[in-house]
Ligand binder design. Structure first.
Ligand code: NAP
Length: 263
């Protein structure tokens, strides 16, 4: 029984944590699970006992993921297509109560606007996948999430949300918009037990960044750090690796950050 004495001995943080489900009790939707960080997140969450619904477009790679663990259920869903997305959400909600929603899928076209091979379709693809889909997923999952105790919405974002680079202008803009949206969404749900966290990542070694940069974190490492953070009291923003320097650099020496990224 829960006595007053026991209550007195609990700190606020402990109370908060006690409301959180253990990983092995979670049902998780991971978008973009066919590759990179999403793949690592889906696999590690399943290995820790969560039921994982893994979405991506490439069915073959999703099947390889599903073969790694029996707790992973896969579905090929192109989240940039609004009707496909709505149908997939509807089907999923008939079968599962999601208590952890991970917005991970994204696409990045690394080019300049005047590149002759870059056109309206590329812009629409980036904005639909990186911005509209997570907004729509959040909107359509909120009623279900509100009915459960202690649920979370995670946005896998980037340092480029705070400091854009020359190439990938649309990608950077989509991440900046996600940064703003995550903050506003957190305000909309602050009367509930839904917690919203944005993860600001540095360069990570995945197909998205193939042949680019050095000193990258591995997708495995990033997934491990994200999952560890789920067992801690929720925070609005979590910076990983070198991205931890960004808020300080942007405040006290923005020219250093700009020189590193924008030249
Ligand atoms: N890698 C980095 O350095 C880095 C840094 C900061 C932030 N991030 C963020 O981390 C997240 C994961 O990126 P990553 O590096 O792991 O990239 P990745 O290996 O290229 O994986 C991207 C995932 O998104 C999925 N995806 C793309 N378009 C989709 C669509 N229309 N519908 C459904 N799924 C779609 C892909 O599925 P298919 O392959 O099946 O199409 C793939 O599973 C992204 O949000 C990215 O912005 C990455």
């Amino acid at each position: 029984m829960f006595s007053i004495a026991a209550y007195d001995s609990l700190t606020f943080t402990q109370l908060h944590q006690s409301a959180m489900k253990n990983i092995d009790q979670l049902t998780v939707l991971v978008t973009g699970a066919s590759s990179g960080i999403g793949y690592a997140l889906a696999l590690q969450l399943a290995q820790q006992g969560a039921t994982v619904i893994a979405w991506g477009r490439n069915l073959q790679r999703l099947q390889i993921l599903a073969a790694q663990h029996h707790r992973i259920q896969i579905e090929a869903v192109d989240i940039s297509q609004s009707l496909t997305l709505k149908t997939a959400i509807h089907q999923l909600q008939k079968k599962h109560n999601i208590d952890l929603l991970i917005h991970n899928a994204a696409i990045q076209h690394a080019c300049q606007l005047e590149d002759p091979n870059y056109d309206t379709n590329h812009i629409l693809e980036e904005i639909s996948t990186n911005l509209i889909a997570p907004i729509e997923l959040s909107r359509l999952f909120l009623p279900q999430l509100r009915q459960q105790a202690a649920t979370r919405i995670l946005f896998i974002s980037s340092g480029l949300a705070l400091l854009p680079k020359k190439e990938s202008a649309v990608y950077c803009a989509s991440k900046a918009a996600i940064h703003s949206f995550a903050e506003a969404l957190a305000l909309q749900v602050r009367d509930s037990s839904i917690h919203v966290t944005e993860y600001i990542l540095p360069l990570v070694d995945t197909p998205m960044t193939a042949n680019r940069g050095s000193g990258k974190l591995t997708a495995h490492d990033v997934a491990e750090r994200i999952i560890t953070s789920l067992q801690e009291p929720p925070r609005a923003t979590i910076y990983l690796g070198k991205a931890k320097l960004l808020p300080f650099l942007l405040r006290f020496a923005p020219w250093i950050a700009r020189r590193a990224l924008q030249t």
